[in-house]
Structures are given as structure tokens and as C-alpha cells.
Design a protein around this ligand. Structure first.
Ligand code: FAD
Ligand code: PHB
Length: 389
């Protein structure tokens, strides 16, 4: 079997790249180790930059997002029990769309099915053959048999735990990492949001976030300990703790419905450089991770996909490898800026168990400055809505 591009992973990066390539006539096959139901059940990102939304439109998969997504022109930051609005529209003239990652994934899966492109789900033991320049192939197990696809290029879109990054020799990669000493405990609940916009909470008991998926579905998060287990957090305890961290007005608006999903996510910053090895190109979480505080993970996956898609188009249309040569450095420039923003948002909003009195004073000063300075709020808004591609 032969195709032009093999894509490993059918998360948002793999599906978006596949769709952009398919609608521009570049043949591709996606290999995914899980079932479609499993991929759709993962509750993750919720905030989409305009840039990423435009790319979904380019892929012909944006119609439902425009119908059902919620356009948000600001966020609120709760500090010392008071809420402060960051007005994106007034500060930078832009907005974001609140629309769940699972919905984007569903829209991309349907768009892919409509163009008849192949995705093989529940495949096993993917291995990449990268040694011979210009002759790549991918082996995998399907229906109990080992199969092989020859291709021009491989896109490693298989997330942080995938095999693509691990297939690059260690001496070639430089990895940069920070692991944070806490996690996020999240619940999904079929109750209206606490407030029309997202509330990011700095509180002495720890960070909290009130987000949403729709006017009738809330997504709520609490900073938790790394050794916490979801069994330790029945809904009643979750709501009690959230109420302690929210301002009284928000507590009054909190609907304590039964959770329909509950999970704990550790927080990490990670970048692997370069994002290319021969004919293998990494995109999305396979190459980098951000803590979710800046809502950047999915959006960074989209910008990687944009650069890679453009480079592949240039290669097939003009027989020029210039875009492919530039891919890693171009993508990494945007990655590092989003890493910085996510790390900074995390550092100003969370309680760090090891922080000294001085560190705590610095965090206070940072927040007081941010919330009193139009210049500082503009910098936050500019990064939150997403830097241009
Ligand atoms: P993934 O979604 O991880 O997809 C990779 C795919 O590859 C998976 O389907 C996996 O099954 C498959 N795979 C793995 N290994 C193999 C293999 N060996 N063979 C074949 N397939 C394989 N981002 C935002 O932008 N905004 C937010 O608001 C936001 N909130 C978040 C909240 C939480 C709690 C979390 C955990 C993340 C959040 N993110 C957010 C981050 C976002 O979800 C990720 O950045 C995004 O999923 C990355 O997409 P991806 O396709 O690169 O990787
Ligand atoms: C979410 O809705 O899941 C969400 C929103 C904003 C974030 C992180 C997660 O910063």
C-alpha cells in the first residue's frame, strides 16, 4: 500500500491535517490506536482562537462551530474575592469561541468520512521506518496481521505519549520540561454556567476555573494535589471546595448538579526540538505540552498543522522543500511564545506549595499590576486570543 502522507493519531491535530490535505488533493491515511468512541469521549479543550476557527473553516468543518459555539469577548479574573474583567474586544478587538474539543473532533471525523479519506482505528504496534532518505514507511497491526504503508512523509500527531517523538534518536532531540507540583480536577455537569464568561480564580486555597461547553453545560476545575484521586472527590466535596474559592456572587449562581465526567490532569510544560527528523514531522502534543491555564494546547496544535499543511502544499504544488525545511523553526517560534504565556498564567493564578513569602508577595504584586494596568491587560488579551500565524 502507498500514500503521500501517513498521519499517526486521530486527535485534533491528525484529523485537521488530514482534512486540510484531503480537500487540497493530497492523499493521506490516518492510523489511530483507539476506537472512534474513545477518541470522542475525551473531555479536554474548550477555547478556540479565531486562527484555529479559520483553519477549521478552511478544512470545511467549521459550520457547526459557528452555529453552536459561544463567542466570548472577555474573561474574568477573580482575585481577593473580587472579579475583574479582561475585555478582549476593547483591548485588542478580538474574541475566542467556546466550543468543545470533542465537538471539533466529531465535526472533523464527519468531514473526513464525507470526502472518503481512510482512517484506521484500533490499530496496534505502529512503528516508523525512517532510516532511508526519501523512502519512509509505517508498519502496524490490524485485524491480527502486520501491514505496511509506503509514503513520502509521516506526520507524528500522536500526542505526548505517542511513538512518533520516541522514534527520533535521543541524541537528535533537545527536550525542555517543567512539571508543576499540582494538577487540575475537572468535572463536566449539565447545569448552566456560573457566569456568561470564564472565571479564572486566584485563591489562597488554590486555583479554580469556571468554564462551559454550552448555555446548559458547565466545565469546572479545581487545583488539586498530585496524589489526589477522583474517588476522594465526590461531587459534594468538589462543590464545597469550589464555593470556598469563588466570590459570593458566583457561589450564588453555582448549580450543584451531578457530574457526568470527572478527571484529574497533571500540569506540564514540555517542548521537544527540532520538530522534524528526516521525513517525520511532529505536530501538536507529540512535540509540546502546555499547562491548560492559557487555553493554548489545541490552538498550538492548530498552528503547527497550518505550517505543516502549507509546507506540504508547497512541496506537492511547486516541488519546493523550502517550507518543509523551515517548518520546525517556524512552528517553534509560536510554540515558545504560547509556552511562555501558559507558564505565566499558571504562575500568577496557582498556589505553589513550595513558594516562599517573597514568592507570594511577587504573585500579589503581579496580579495587582495586571489588573490595574491597561498595558498589562492588553498583553494578556493579545496572547489569550492568540498571536497571529
Ligand atoms: P491528542 O489529542 O493527544 O491526540 C493524539 C492521538 O494519537 C490520540 O487519539 C491517541 O489515541 C493517538 N495515539 C497515541 N499513540 C498512538 C500510537 N502509538 N499509534 C496510533 N495512535 C496513537 N487546549 C486548548 O487549546 N484550549 C483549552 O481550553 C484546553 N483545555 C484543556 C484542558 C485539559 C484538562 C487538558 C488535559 C488539555 C487541554 N487542552 C486545551 C489541551 C488539548 O486538549 C491538547 O493540546 C490537544 O488534545 C492536542 O491534540 P493532539 O491531536 O496533538 O493530541
Ligand atoms: C475548558 O473549558 O476546558 C478550559 C477552558 C479554559 C482553560 C482550560 C480549559 O484555560
Amino acid at each position: 500500500m502507498r500514500t503521500q502522507v501517513v498521519i499517526v493519531g486521530a486527535g485534533p491535530s491528525g484529523l485537521l491535517l488530514g482534512q486540510l490535505l484531503s480537500v487540497h488533493g493530497i492523499a493521506n491515511v490516518i492510523l489511530e490506536q483507539r476506537s472512534p468512541e474513545y477518541v470522542l469521549d475525551r473531555i479536554r479543550a474548550g477555547v478556540i482562537e479565531k486562527w484555529a476557527a479559520d483553519l477549521l473553516d478552511d478544512a470545511g468543518a467549521g459550520a457547526r462551530m459557528h452555529r453552536e459555539g459561544l463567542v466570548h469577548q472577555g474573561i474574568e479574573i477573580s482575585f481577593d474575592g473580587r472579579r475583574h474583567r479582561v475585555d478582549f474586544d476593547a483591548l485588542v478587538g478580538k474574541s475566542v469561541i467556546v466550543y468543545g474539543q470533542a465537538e471539533i473532533t466529531r465535526d472533523l471525523m464527519e468531514a473526513r468520512a464525507a470526502v472518503g479519506a481512510e482512517t484506521y482505528y484500533e490499530i496496534a504496534d505502529v512503528s516508523l521506518q525512517l532510516d532511508q532518505p526519501g523512502r519512509s514507511s509505517v508498519r502496524y497491526g490490524r485485524h491480527g496481521r502486520v501491514q505496511e504503508i509506503q509514503c513520502d512523509f509521516i506526520a507524528g500527531c500522536d500526542g505526548f505519549h505517542g511513538i512518533s517523538r520516541k522514534s527520533i534518536p535521543e541524541h537528535v532531540l533537545n527536550c525542555y520540561e517543567r512539571v508543576y507540583p499540582f494538577g487540575w480536577l475537572g468535572i463536566l455537569v449539565d447545569q448552566p454556567p456560573v457566569s456568561p464568561e470564564l472565571i479564572y480564580v486566584n485563591h489562597e486555597r488554590g486555583f479554580a476555573l469556571c468554564s462551559m461547553r454550552s448555555p446548559t453545560r458547565s466545565r469546572l476545575y479545581l487545583q488539586c494535589r498530585l496524589d489526589d484521586h477522583i474517588e476522594d472527590w465526590p461531587d459534594a466535596r468538589f462543590y464545597e471546595e469550589l464555593s470556598r474559592r469563588l466570590d459570593p456572587h458566583a457561589v450564588g449562581a453555582l448549580h450543584r448538579g451531578a457530574s457526568i465526567e470527572k478527571s484529574i490532569a497533571p500540569l506540564r510544560s514540555f517542548v521537544a526540538e527540532p520538530m522534524r527528523y528526516g521525513n517525520l514531522f511532529l505536530a501538536g502534543d507529540a512535540a509540546h505540552i502546555v499547562p491548560p491555564t492559557g487555553a493554548k494546547g489545541l490552538n498550538l496544535a492548530a498552528s503547527d498543522v497550518y505550517y505543516l499543511w502549507q509546507a506540504l502544499l508547497e512541496y506537492y504544488r511547486e516541488r519546493s522543500a523550502a517550507g518543509l525545511e523551515a517548518y520546525s523553526s517556524q512552528a517553534l517560534r509560536r510554540v515558545w511564545k504560547a509556552e511562555r504565556f501558559s507558564w505565566w498564567m499558571t504562575s500568577i493564578l496557582h498556589c505553589f506549595p513550595e513558594s516562599s513569602g517573597f514568592d507570594q508577595k511577587m504573585q500579589r504584586a503581579e496580579l495587582e499590576y495586571l489588573l490595574s494596568s491597561r498595558a498589562a491587560m492588553t498583553a494578556l488579551a493579545e496572547n489569550y486570543v492568540g498571536l497571529p500565524y
